[in-house]
Structure formats: C-alpha cells, structure tokens
Design a protein around this ligand. Structure first.
Ligand code: ING
Length: 316
C-alpha cells in the first residue's frame, strides 16, 4: 500500500495538438520540457496522453500498412523516445506513455507503458475498449478507426507496485466503463492513470458539445469515488490540423473531487501532492469490497455482453 504519511508528487502532462506533419523528435522535445517542469514541481511520476507521439491518426482513412509505416512504434524505447527515458532516469521520475505498438510478430495495439524511477518499463497495457468503427463512414467530418487499426488488448487490466504506489493503467474510452476501474480496484489499485484523445464532435448523433467535457469528468469522478482510488488523466487536445479534441486533463481524488485541472488546450502541466491515505477510509468502509459486495447477484455482468430480456418473474 502507499505510504500514508508521505504524499506522492503526481503530475499530468497535457499535450496540445500534434500535427500530422510533426516529427516524433519534435514531440519528444515537448514531452521532455513537460517532464522537466514536472520535476521542478516535485513530481515522482508524470502521466502523458494516449498516442502521445503522433497526431490522432485513427481520424484518417488509410490502409493498416500505411498506418503502421507512419504512426506505429516498432520498439519502446525507440530512437526518438530514448531521450525521454534517459531524462526520467536522471530526474528519478516514473511515467505513463501512450503510443501505437507494432509487436515483433506484426500485431497492432493502442498501448501504454509504465516506467519506474529508473526508466525501467515495469508495466504495459493494451487498450481493451476500442471505440469507433472499422469501415469507412461517408459524409462525416472525420473517421474514428480504432477498430480498424488496433486489436483488442490481450493482457487485461493490471496493477503494478511501483515507487511505493499500486498503479493501474487504462486508455481513453476505457475510462467510460465501470468494469475497467473495478477490475483494478479488485487488485487493490490506489491510483489509475490514463491518457485520452477525445474529439469534441460526435459523428454519430447531434450531441450538445458541453456534454463531452461533462461525461469525461463524470467518468473520472464517479469511478474514482466508487473504487476509492485516485485517477489522473492526460489529454492530447486542441485543434489537430483543424480537428478539435477536448482538454480537461485532471487529477481526481478518491472522494471524487477534482484537485487539479488543466486551464487550456495546449501543452500544460498540472500537479498535485496526492495523499494516498485519502482512499483508505473509503476502501475500508463505504467501498469495503470484501464486506459489502454480493457477487452471487452479479452474474449477468459476466454472462451477458449485450443487454437482454428482463429476468423479472411475478413474485409467488
Ligand atoms: N476517444 C474517445 C473517448 O472515448 C469517444 C472516443 C468519444 C467515444 C466520445 C464515445 C464518445 O474519449 C478514444 N480515443 O477512445
């Protein structure tokens, strides 16, 4: 468990837009500048966004081969990201980094890694809830082709003991699903870190634009509280070649309160000295899983993927 008397310096490094023409080297310069600022604020850990090295390419129709060629990483660290790992080891800062992973056997995942204070990769997560579609949708301003370019993650939701904290990872759309956090809370997570790229326009129905930010924060706050854990979320946002994505990077307490939130839609560091002790009374009382959960009544959560018929029978 976290050290209850010694708060943990946590930073979230929000990224502004990355243009389709930006090089990974130029992006890594921005990541290292944010890490240096995180260090100046006393951070032990910094969260970077989902797909943090390139533009959000699933918005564009292209072949998988072209996507791999232009936007996937064959190794991590890679030549361009090595500098970020070296800096992490120098500054003793662990980090979460999202990127498009091409495995040695040619599989494609939307992936994040977790490094310790020596820049050793101690954890990897491959995105499980892939939103969007695999086919081309005509007459919409942009595509959302995560189901085309990525496989569903094959390593589950895990939690790692690193830097004295039990940290779990997820990515973007995962944050909207209660199961994501509950599976990690059942592994005694104290902190869940995640990155996201969230278009502000909904291509499927006319959704009032204020709901994008509301649903984003609601997902973080409700799940932080219902699982008694800290949540830290890093956006890549702003206008990427004219396509807008929401900001709203935030650090959320196990009480559900937002303790830090980004002000703009550019590169911006937010920081909090999080007190891991805040989650303890919630996990020991209100959300004491062992004492209060009744798994014998939760069967449908596993048995059914989609909603089905009501089970209700007339009382005898
Ligand atoms: N982005 C979006 C997200 O879940 C999305 C996709 C937006 C789905 C809004 C549904 C509604 O924040 C990613 N990359 O998952």
């Amino acid at each position: 468990m976290g050290d209850l008397s010694n708060p943990f310096g946590l930073a979230v490094a929000q990224l502004g837009p990355i243009s389709i023409d930006d090089s990974r080297t130029a992006v890594v310069k921005r990541l290292t500048a944010l890490m240096i600022e995180a260090h100046s604020r006393g951070s032990k850990f910094v969260v970077f966004p989902e797909l943090a090295l390139t533009t959000f390419f699933p918005r564009y129709w292209m072949t998988e081969e072209e996507a791999v060629e232009r936007f996937f990483e064959r190794s991590m660290p890679s030549i361009e990201t090595r500098r970020l790992f070296e800096l992490g080891a120098e500054l003793k800062i662990g980090f979460y980094l999202g990127y498009a992973e091409l495995t040695p056997d040619g599989r494609r995942f939307n992936t994040s890694i977790l490094t310790d204070e020596n820049a050793k990769i101690v954890g990897r997560y491959r995105k499980i809830h892939l939103p969007g579609h695999a086919h081309h949708i005509p007459k919409v301003p942009f595509q959302h082709l995560e189901k085309k370019f990525f496989e569903v993650g094959n390593e589950g939701f895990n939690v790692w003991d690193t830097q004295g904290v039990r940290i779990g990872m997820c990515i973007c759309n995962d944050r909207r699903w209660a199961e994501t956090y509950r599976v990690m809370a059942l592994q005694s997570a104290e902190l869940v870190v995640l990155g996201y790229n969230t278009p502000s326009t909904n291509i499927h129905w006319k959704e009032p634009s204020h709901l994008r930010m509301f649903h984003h924060l609601l997902s973080l706050q409700s799940n932080a509280y219902q699982n008694g854990l800290w949540v830290a979320a890093a956006a890549k946002c702003g206008y990427e070649d004219g396509f807008h994505m929401i900001g709203g990077s935030a650090i959320v307490s196990p009480t559900g309160e937002i303790v830090a939130q980004a002000q703009g839609e550019g590169d911006e560091l937010i920081f909090a000295n999080i007190d891991l002790a805040i989650g303890v009374p919630l996990r020991e009382n209100m959300f004491n899983f062992a004492k209060h959960r009744r798994t014998e009544h939760y069967g449908l959560i596993i048995e059914r993927t989609g909603a089905g018929e009501p089970l209700g029978k007339a009382p005898v």
